[in-house]
Design a protein around this ligand. Structure first.
Ligand code: F6R
Length: 612
């Protein structure tokens, strides 16, 4: 959710912090702030409501505030409205301690009451202010150093946090603490960087430490020292990030979303190739031998949002190709539902960020029950990747746009690979069929490329429906699962209300919403279901709907029913969701652009949902 950064070194901190924050704006953008200090001078805190550029203007791009140590924050409000007062950094009364925070302090009301009784007053509605003042309280009460004060606060705080703190008495240090919220620490020569996500510091260093849960660290220029809650030093290895810095820039595209849509052939190809050995899928590479795979009785896919949609597509494919039963669960439900899990089952947690709070909690729930867990994750070293028994890394590269595209496409590949390997190891798929299907997967990148060449027609269609208030997506089977993603893409960035329905289900209630001109988009890629869905679309047309069909080249008779048809290349029907979703992503994108909205940073959203 919120973006946090920090810098300590020999350069001016403010411009670096603002630059790093600009790479994290997708994590939250309702207010921003920085705290900067020099060894000799007191800390200066500057905040602004609204986008980061307002803070940048206020500080003349950071030039107006001098100091080589600082921390910064972009906020996605959880407690208290977006305002300058609630913006981070937050400070103890006389600025002994200054801090920024990502996460949620669940018991902050209790902490506030306790601190109020001890003479503290509160100026904001945030949970963060309570955390900073709690650290200040222990710091003064025990007259101890930052390490003990933070540890004591960590024992009292319930919830999740990545906390970055500066102490007035320790002008050469920044302190950090973490539980269940992402944070990395990068070092190079005599500089140290802190960020909640890799793109923020990629330009400066590739050498990072991953701070673990319930750990804290003392950061000085070029150095990081880690401690556990008992105050003992913990060993930490420096990891090299292999993403290239350009991958986190717009590279000539107007928006990250379009750039990422264009990166899909590569994301799909790279992810697939990473799992192939001598032309066959090799889960042995990630610690899942054929013997283990063969004995998997049941798959439980757990995820949120688009990752859950990727799970929905995978469900159809895995069950059809391998005969293994699959259940797809929303992580936010799974974690509280006391699910009954087969001991020989496999829990697959899908997450681009690897930090989604509900997905992480679901993973822990599964591990507690002793079930093997497989993470399908894009961000290397993220919490879910580190805690799962096995990890399938999707190789989509950094995804910046809040609306996911390339990570979703790479997640589909993970689902297909699992389906094929389950099917092959269990003897459901013979070798020729298995090899044919791998070849089908290898052909997907070129086919996606082809769809992208035809994007102007979708731009036209988007402008045609840009003033509509409702849009419906319908499909059956895999087409229904893809509709879910098409509908989410549209509503989250264009703010046009949309819903995805299993085509046969519409007439059980929702069809009453169809009025003259209501767009209904039918996904028609499954031969056996084509006529059924076309009939359902015709039912909508009879009630005034304006129909769009997404189908494969050759199905030209669709034009007899639909008002507008867009085509994707033919492919094995199990994998065609990877193609059908591309026009839907483009449609969402163009609708957002034609409505003059901020495609990459839709209102109320954040890229990585690290709170429940
Ligand atoms: C929608 C979108 C979200 C995410 C969801 C899960 O475009 O990106 O629905 O898919 O928040 O996020 P991850 O995959 O990071 O767990």
């Amino acid at each position: 959710m919120c973006g946090i950064v920090g810098y300590i070194g020999d350069r001016q901190a403010a411009p670096i912090l603002l630059d790093s924050l600009s790479k994290l704006e997708y994590r939250g953008y309702d207010s921003a702030g920085i705290a900067i200090r020099n060894a000799e001078e007191d800390v200066q805190v500057l905040k602004a409501k609204g986008r980061l550029n307002i803070l940048a203007e206020k500080t003349d791009g950071g030039k107006a505030v001098t100091g080589t140590i600082g921390i910064g924050h972009t906020r996605w409000a959880t407690h208290g409205e977006p305002s300058e007062n609630n913006a981070h950094p937050h400070t103890a009364d006389d600025r002994t301690v200054v801090g920024v925070h990502n996460g949620i302090i669940e018991n902050y009301q209790k902490l506030k009451e306790k601190l109020t009784k001890r003479g503290y007053s509160f100026y904001s509605q945030t949970d963060t202010e309570a955390a900073v003042k709690l650290v200040d309280y222990y710091y003064r009460k025990y007259n101890c150093g930052p390490k003990d004060a933070i540890s004591k606060a960590m024992v009292r705080i319930r919830g999740s946090y990545a906390l970055v703190l500066m102490f007035n008495d320790y002008p050469d240090e920044i302190w950090v603490a973490r539980k269940d919220s992402p944070m990395i620490i990068g070092t190079i020569k005599n500089e140290t960087f802190i960020a909640s996500d890799v793109p923020a510091i990629l330009k400066y260093t590739r050498n990072v430490y991953y701070i673990d849960n319930l750990e804290l660290a003392r950061l000085t220029a070029g150095k990081a020292e880690f401690y556990n809650l008992d105050g003992d030093i913990t060993d930490k290895e420096l990891t090299e990030i292999t993403w290239d810095a350009e991958a986190a820039e717009k590279g000539g595209f107007e928006h990250f979303m379009m750039k990422e849509i264009y990166e899909q052939p590569k994301a799909v190809g790279d992810t697939l190739n990473s799992m192939l050995t001598d032309g066959k899928i090799d889960f042995g590479k990630i610690g899942l031998s054929d013997d283990i795979i063969k004995n998997i009785s049941q798959i439980y896919i757990v995820a949120c949002g688009s990752a859950w949609h990727a799970g929905m597509v995978s469900q159809y494919v895995i069950e059809e190709l391998s005969g293994t039963p699959v259940r797809v669960e929303l992580a936010s439900e799974f974690r509280y539902r006391k699910p009954i899990l087969d001991r020989n089952g496999l829990v697959v947690v899908i997450s681009q960020s690897g930090e989604t709070a509900d997905s992480l909690a679901a993973l822990r729930e599964a591990k507690e029950k002793g079930i093997r867990t497989l993470a399908v994750v894009n961000v290397v070293g993220s919490s879910i990747a580190r805690e799962a028994d096995n990890v399938f890394y999707t190789l989509a590269g950094p995804e910046i746009s809040v609306a996911t595209t390339k990570a979703y496409s790479a997640q589909l590949i993970a689902g297909y690979c699992l389906a094929l390997q389950l099917g092959f190891s269990k003897g459901v798929l013979g070798e020729p069929e298995y090899m044919r299907m791998i070849a089908e997967l290898q052909a997907l990148p070129d086919k996606i490329e082809k769809i992208l060449q035809d994007k102007e027609r979708l731009q036209w269609f988007a402008s045609k429906i840009s003033n509509k208030k409702d849009v419906f997506f319908v499909g059956r089977g895999i087409d229904y699962a893809v509709s879910l993603e098409g509908s989410l893409k549209m509503k989250e960035i264009s703010y046009v209300h949309s819903e995805a329905y299993a085509a046969g289900e519409l007439k059980h209630g929702t069809i009453s919403l169809i009025e003259d001109g209501t767009p209904v988009i039918g996904i028609l890629t499954q031969g056996g279901l084509y006529e059924k869905t076309v009939s359902n679309m015709a039912e909508c047309k009879a009630r005034g709907a304006y129909l769009c069909g997404v189908t494969t080249y050759g199905n030209y008779e669709t034009e007899e029913t639909a008002d507008f048809v867009t085509y994707v290349p033919k492919a094995d029907e199990h994998f065609i969701g990877s193609l059908a979703v591309i026009p839907l992503q483009l449609l969402g994108y163009y609708l957002s652009v034609s409505r003059g909205l901020d495609v990459d940073k839709p209102r109320n959203l954040a890229k990585s949902v690290t709170v429940e």
